[in-house]
Every structure is written in structure tokens, then in C-alpha cells.
Write a protein that binds this ligand. Structure first.
Ligand SMILES: [Zn+2]
Length: 94
């Protein structure tokens, strides 16, 4: 059995699959894969770079985001605050 750990929650075993966030492969446990969770930090970075609002995304992608936020034990307000902090960090680097 593989000792690969889930990139979302750290559980094992995990399986390498294509991420719904873009052209990359990550490790997911069965539960995170079932609910469509993505790693929280990568999701924050994704929204910080992409910008816009939730209305610009499909219902399926919105589900992915909220599953990710809940899995991370965060609230929507915490998520958007983290996105804003990341945007400010990106802006300082330019
Ligand atoms: Zn997991």
C-alpha cells in the first residue's frame, strides 16, 4: 500500500488525480475526492490570481470551493479574507 498522503487533509491512503483547479495532479484521499475538495492554500492562491467574483464560475466549481472551505474548517469570510491577503502579497511583489 502506498504511503502517499492526501494533499487536502493529510489522510492516507491517497491517490493521484487531476485537480479541478487547473492542469496539475495532486493526491486525494477517497473522502476529499468524493466531495471534490481541493487543498485550501492552493484554492486561496487560485482565487487571488483569478480575481472576479463567484458569479463568474460554474455551479460545479462553486461546490468545489465550498467543499474545500468546509473541509479546511474555515468560514466563507475567512476564505475571502485569506484571498484578499494573498492578493495584497502578490501586489507587493510586483
Ligand atoms: Zn483528504
Amino acid at each position: 500500500m502506498s504511503d502517499l498522503k492526501c494533499d487536502v487533509c493529510g489522510a492516507s491512503p491517497a491517490y493521484v488525480c487531476c485537480s479541478s483547479l487547473g492542469a496539475m495532479s495532486l493526491a486525494y484521499c477517497r473522502e476529499c475526492l468524493h466531495y471534490g475538495c481541493e487543498p485550501y492554500g492552493i484554492s486561496v492562491g487560485f482565487f487571488a490570481i483569478m480575481g472576479g467574483s463567484m458569479e463568474a464560475f460554474t455551479d460545479e466549481f462553486r461546490w468545489t470551493l465550498w467543499a474545500t472551505v468546509l473541509r479546511a474548517g474555515k468560514t466563507a469570510a475567512e476564505f475571502w479574507s485569506d484571498v484578499e491577503s494573498e492578493r495584497e502579497a502578490f501586489a507587493r511583489k510586483r
